[in-house]
Structure formats: structure tokens, C-alpha cells
Design a protein around this ligand. Structure first.
Ligand code: PHE
Length: 468
């Protein structure tokens, strides 16, 4: 619990300086965090898990999790990052000692680094699909063909492990190159331009899906809740996805928060990021489901969903080849800005603790991720058979399930407990800058009670300890 004797000193400690410089402005920080949040999670994962979990009710649970659990944890990660101003492991160690008289909180930082490695290992393979599709659509191979042909093209793509491996390797090389050079400048600039472009392209697609004649069916599918379709497993997936999509629970935001200028409002920033992220996910859903319904496709078909539906839309619209190519380029960039967030905590930690150069750290971390990624590459071909599955799932499904739905929520739960219970109120209210008004009180109770209990209940329900 909060060590009262430090309360005076804490005011001074909040002036700690970042080791890696600061973001150039608040906008730059918002863009970087949005860049990390908006990625494959919004456009690839959200639609397909919504399809697999029956639509409306799942979306509702997801939205509640994003606002009641994700948002306060996002704020906690930023404030802890800025207070500690070190890599997430060191920050947890420092803050743990200052605020709670314990060094062991650093394990929470390490837990996040492991989660980041596991997530990036499959993230990179899927980002590789997007890259491959830049060329597939660019070559015109998907123009004017039927939905079945598009589906079978995707099937053939998955079957070709050499190609998956090639694009996975390519994506990891680019990630390593960028983080190896230092992210801030290039990243800020890229995100500034790419995120709005992605948004505009989604709006173009929305116009198309409005004209499919099934737009309202898609809206109904997304927003009309049918709670009978929700299993305890759907709750855990919705909760896990809230963490995944906001990039919280593993230290990415904590690492970014370390470079945030002291006078920036954390609350406003966090709210802006959550709105942008949610908007893009819902937009992706509104684009995809009308197309699924209009073409008699199966919305529950799994990870291939956007690769089987969007090309249908593109193949039927004017300038389709151009738009399709552009879309997959932007999706690859969105994945890249998220991949950087996934690996940055590990890099900052390696550099600060082992005094390695940034390039060496980037190379070693990327090789580890690359090797882990082989499991996902083979999950869709060589190892797709039952003899290679565990718990009835492929290696990819297991890594995704464990890292996204178990590691992130548990990490987030402890972050929330730390910020709500262990940190002194003077420190948290000093960082948040709300004084003690209703915004601070809401954050405190969401962090102390709502977020930790929500994660706990969902975990207990999943493991059958309680019945929802
Ligand atoms: N939020 C990213 C997405 O939705 C994934 C991510 C998770 C990035 C955790 C960084 C940290 O695609």
C-alpha cells in the first residue's frame, strides 16, 4: 500500500526525466498511441471474432469492456509510464519501491514483455498476409472474379508455407530496421499521414457496403444483441480483445507514456485514443458484414474473413484494383505501427539493462519473435492437422488465445490494482491533473474495483468456477 512517508518526496520525483527524450507534442503522442492501438486488431480481428461469437451481444460486451475496463487501464499505464520514465520493467521496479515498498512489481513488467513477444509472433505472420495481398491485388489477379475464386485464392495462399514464411520474415526485417534506428521521428511522421488515409479509405468502403442492399442487415447483425449466442468463452474473448485493441496490459503504452511531456492531460488523451480506436473497429465491422450477407459468405469463417470479403467489394467497384492495393498497403502500415508498440518495451528494457546498442537489441529481439512466429506460419498448412493441435486448437490459436485473452487481462488487472491501490493518491492525482473532482473519483473506483473484478469474474467464469 501507499507509503505515506514518500508522499512529500513524490512531488519532486514526478520531475524525473526520460532517458530517450520526449514526444514533440501532445498530438505526436496521441498519434503514436493511436498508431499502436489501431492495427490488425481493429480491421482483421474484430470483425472475425464478432462473426465467430454471434454479433450484437458480443459487440456490446466488447464496448463495455473497452470503456469501463480498457480506458481506466490505459490512463493508468500512461500515468505510470510518465511517473517512472524508464522501460516498463524498471518503471515497475522504481514505482513499486517508491509507492509500495516492494521490488517485485518488476515481474509485471517482464510478464508484459513476454506477452509482447508472443503477440508479435503471430501478428507478424498476419501482417505478412496483408503484404502479400498488396501484390495479389496490385497484379489485378483479384479483379472481377467471383467470391468463390477469392476464397479459394486465400485458401491456396494459406497452404503455401514458403510464401507465409517469406512475408513474415520481410515484416520482421522492416520492424527490426525501424525500431533499430529509433522510432520517434519516423514513427510520428508516418502515423500522422497514414492513419487519416486509412480512415478515409474505410469511408470509401463504407459507401460501397451501403450500396450492397444489405447495409441494414449488417447494422442489425452488429448492434442487435442476442445474449443466447454468448458463451462464457465469448466473454473472455471480448474482454481479451478490449485489451488487445487498446494495446494495454503489456507495457506498450507505459513505454510510450515515459516520453510524454509533464503538462499533457492524460485523461483527454486517453479518451481521444479510445474513441478513435473504437470508431475504426466499428467502421470495419460496418464495411464487412453487409458484404458477407450480400454475398452469402460465412461471417464466422475465422481469421480469413477480411481477406475473403474485402476483395469481393474491391473487385466490383470502379478503380477497385487501385483501392485494394492502397488498402492493403495502409493495413500493413497500421500493423507496422502496432508491431513497434509490441516490441518497444522489450527493446527499452534490453538497452537499459544490458547496455546493448539499439541495433543489437532490435536484432536479437526480432530473431526471437521470428522463431516463435514459425509456429503460426505452420499452423495454416504443415501443422494444421489434428495431430499438431493442443486443446483442439492450432499453435496460432493457442498463442493468440493465451497471450491476448489471458496474459493481457491479467497484466491489466495488476496494473490497475497497482495504480488504484498501491500508488499514493497524491501521486496519481498529481499525474492525472484532475485534482479530486468526479473524473478522478471515477478513475479511482474503476481502477480499484471495476476493472480488477471484471477481469477476475471473466476468468473465473471461463474456468467454470462461477456460472454467469
Ligand atoms: N492494438 C493493436 C491492434 O489492435 C495490437 C497491439 C497489442 C499493439 C498490444 C501493441 C500492444 O492491432
Amino acid at each position: 500500500m501507499c507509503r505515506y512517508i514518500f508522499e512529500q518526496e513524490n512531488i519532486i520525483m514526478s520531475n524525473r526525466k526520460s532517458l530517450h527524450g520526449n514526444w514533440s507534442s501532445r498530438t505526436a503522442f496521441i498519434l503514436a498511441v493511436t498508431g499502436s492501438a489501431v492495427g490488425l486488431g481493429n480491421i482483421w480481428k474484430f470483425p472475425y471474432i464478432t462473426g465467430e461469437n454471434g454479433g450484437g451481444a458480443f459487440v456490446l460486451v466488447y464496448l463495455v469492456c473497452v470503456f469501463a475496463v480498457g480506458l481506466p487501464i490505459l490512463m493508468s499505464e500512461i500515468l505510470m509510464g510518465r511517473r517512472g520514465r524508464r522501460n516498463p520493467v524498471k518503471t515497475m521496479e522504481l514505482l513499486g519501491e517508491e509507492e509500495g515498498n516492494s521490488k517485485h512489481w518488476k515481474w509485471l513488467g517482464l510478464w508484459g514483455i513476454v506477452a509482447g513477444f508472443l503477440i508479435l509472433s503471430f501478428y507478424s505472420v498476419i501482417a505478412g498476409w496483408a503484404l502479400a495481398y498488396v501484390f495479389k491485388s496490385g497484379s489485378g489477379a483479384l479483379a472481377g472474379v467471383s467470391a468463390e475464386t477469392i476464397s479459394s485464392t486465400f485458401g491456396a495462399h494459406l497452404g503455401d508455407w514458403k510464401s507465409l514464411l517469406f512475408w513474415h520474415t520481410f515484416f520482421m526485417l522492416v520492424t527490426a530496421f525501424i525500431v533499430g534506428r529509433g522510432v520517434q521521428r519516423g514513427l510520428e511522421k508516418a502515423v500522422q499521414f497514414l492513419m487519416p488515409a486509412l480512415f478515409i479509405l474505410l469511408l470509401v468502403l463504407l459507401l460501397y457496403s451501403m450500396n450492397t442492399g444489405h447495409f441494414m442487415d449488417g447494422v442489425k447483425y452488429l448492434f442487435e444483441p442476442d445474449f443466447d449466442k454468448l458463451s462464457p468463452n465469448s466473454w473472455i474473448i471480448a474482454m481479451g480483445h478490449a485489451f488487445f485493441t487498446l494495446s494495454v496490459g503489456m507495457g506498450a503504452i507505459m513505454a510510450y507514456g515515459a516520453y510524454l511531456p509533464q503538462d499533457t492531460s492524460i485523461g483527454t488523451t486517453a479518451v481521444a485514443v479510445v474513441f478513435a480506436d473504437t470508431l475504426i473497429a466499428l467502421l470495419a465491422g460496418l464495411v464487412i458484414f453487409p458484404i458477407v450477407i450480400a454475398n452469402g459468405l460465412d461471417g464466422g469463417s475465422g481469421p480469413g474473413l477480411i481477406f475473403e470479403t474485402l476483395p469481393v467489394a474491391f473487385s466490383q467497384m470502379p478503380f477497385g484494383t487501385l483501392f485494394a492495393t492502397l488498402f492493403f498497403i495502409l493495413l500493413s502500415f497500421a500493423a507496422l505501427t502496432s508491431a513497434i508498440g509490441l516490441i518497444e518495451p522489450a527493446l527499452a528494457w534490453i538497452i537499459e539493462s544490458f547496455k546493448w546498442s539499439r541495433i543489437k537489441a532490435a536484432a536479437v529481439a526480432s530473431i526471437i519473435v521470428w522463431v516463435l512466429g514459425l509456429g503460426t506460419v505452420f499452423s495454416f498448412n504443415l501443422w494444421s492437422g489434428e495431430e499438431y493441435q493442443f486443446f483442439g486448437k492450432t499453435v496460432f490459436d493457442n498463442i493468440d488465445y493465451f497471450a491476448s485473452n489471458i496474459m493481457l487481462p491479467l497484466g491489466g488487472m495488476f496494473i490497475s490494482i497497482f495504480a488504484g491501490w498501491v500508488m499514493c493518491r497524491v501521486s496519481t492525482s498529481d499525474e492525472l491533473g484532475f485534482g479530486t473532482d468526479w473524473r478522478y473519483t471515477s478513475w479511482v473506483w474503476l481502477s480499484r474495483i471495476v476493472a480488477p473484478l471484471a477481469v477476475l469474474f471473466v476468468m473465473l467464469a471461463k474456468f467454470g468456477v462461477i456460472k454467469p
